[in-house]
Unconditional design. Structure first.
Length: 404
């Protein structure tokens, strides 16, 4: 008889953003004229840039004739894109990553969720707390996390590494040695960045203890400070311990277009097994490649014109980030992030919990953010506001918060 994967049944409640969506829908129904401003989910709002649109149109036209038509894409990605990524994202920063170590996909969420298929069933994972929920939930689904304690919001077999004001929201090395360490910098949700010196400590720790690091660099384009590494492969030894995941969502606005990639260096051999070969095997078996049209749009992001247009998009959102950061600070809030990241991490006031602050902001200002506790227990008492809205809405949201 058919039986379900009962690990799914262990997942508590519904996904953070569906809970928010339900609360917002209920509020809108009761207050149809409230003009809610959404600065919650990390989705972009600005249109794709000219060079990307042009590339999309051209690629669509190619599909219209038999001579230039493209069917199945190579499952690891087209060489034109992988070569360009190797040159522009890695060689240009002094990182020795070869095109055939780059696996093109339809985004960082899928890759960061799917990568755990390479882990042994009893792998012990360590995550930052708060954390992008996909890392934990995908391991829950695979039965790797033990039992959930609703009191603490923690899974019994997961190592949590608190990211708090006292450590500048950059986790300390764990006392218990994990098998896999998930790191995300610049960070979602706290907006914190890591210096190269600190990241090197993580790499050294992983190499010394035989750990694998999954490094999510989806927000790399937002780095503005000099001593912040753009790739973990800027650190010595990282090719022996780290997989890096990237996305075109937050830099080029591809959230609805879907493109990302994962770097799995050939040096990553554990026991006799090459993670590179295993990931290639997985792609070959379960994935038929990101669409040609989308990969053409992706490669257009690396022309001089494309790069300039993306810098424009990123600076648009970073202007919002500065506006939110400065505005909230002026109002007396304690705020973090917003410098190397499009997220502002704000401390709630008057002892409010994260969800109380969510309700307060929604009901008093019609502004939607994300409760910090939704990202893990150490997020309690914090609130995430994104810079991905329009500039006009960002200003309006601040005015409304100011006048509460
Ligand atoms: C840390 C992090 N990784 C990955 C993603 C998803 O990226 P993609 O749109 O490429 O799936 C997000 C999206 O919010 C994110 O915050």
């Amino acid at each position: 008889m058919f039986r379900v994967n009962e690990n799914y049944l262990k997942l508590p409640g519904s996904y953070l953003f569906s809970t928010i969506a339900k609360k917002v829908a209920a509020y809108s129904e009761e207050h149809p004229d409230s003009g809610i401003i959404r600065l919650g989910i990390g989705d972009v709002t600005q249109p794709l840039t000219e060079p990307v649109i042009k590339a999309l149109h051209e690629a669509v036209d190619e599909m219209a004739s038999a001579e230039t038509f493209h069917g199945y894409a190579p499952d690891l990605g087209y060489a034109f894109l992988r070569d360009t990524i190797a040159k522009e994202d890695f060689a240009a920063r002094g990182c020795d990553i070869k095109a055939d170590e780059i696996f093109v996909s339809d985004g960082a969420k899928c890759d960061s969720g799917n990568i755990q298929e390479l882990f042994a069933p009893d792998t012990k994972i360590a995550v930052c707390d708060p954390v992008y929920p996909v890392y934990v939930d995908s391991n829950v689904m695979a039965g790797r996390t033990g039992d959930y304690d609703p009191e603490t919001g923690r899974w019994s077999s997961v190592i949590y590494m608190p990211c708090t004001e006292s450590n500048g929201f950059v986790a300390d090395l764990p006392e218990e040695i994990p098998d896999v360490i998930y790191l995300c910098f610049p960070n979602n949700p706290t907006g914190a960045a890591i210096t190269k010196t600190r990241l090197q400590e993580w790499v050294d720790f992983a190499v010394k203890n035989g750990c694998l690091i999954i490094y999510d660099a989806a927000y790399e384009a937002y780095i503005s400070e000099e001593d912040v590494p753009h790739s973990i492969y800027e650190c010595e030894g990282a090719k022996n311990c780290a997989i890096e995941i990237r996305s075109f969502s937050k830099n080029a606005g591809f959230t609805g277009v879907r493109l990302g990639y994962t770097v799995v260096p050939k040096e990553l051999v554990f026991g006799n097994a090459s993670l590179h070969d295993m990931w290639a095997r997985r792609h070959g078996t379960k994935y038929n490649g990101a669409p040609y049209i989308i990969q053409k749009a992706g490669v257009a992001c690396y022309t001089e014109e494309g790069k300039a247009s993306i810098r424009g998009l990123v600076s648009y959102y970073m202007k919002n980030a500065k506006t939110i950061y400065d505005g909230l600070k002026d109002m007396g809030y304690t705020v973090y992030g917003g410098v190397n990241s499009p997220y502002i991490w704000l401390k709630t006031t008057d002892g409010m919990s994260s969800w109380e602050f969510f309700d307060y902001l929604l009901s008093r200002a019609g502004v939607v953010g994300t409760p910090g506790s939704g990202f893990g227990p150490s997020g309690e008492g914090y609130f995430r506001i994104t810079a991905f809205g329009s500039y006009e809405n960002t200003l309006k949201a601040l005015d409304r918060i100011r006048s509460i």
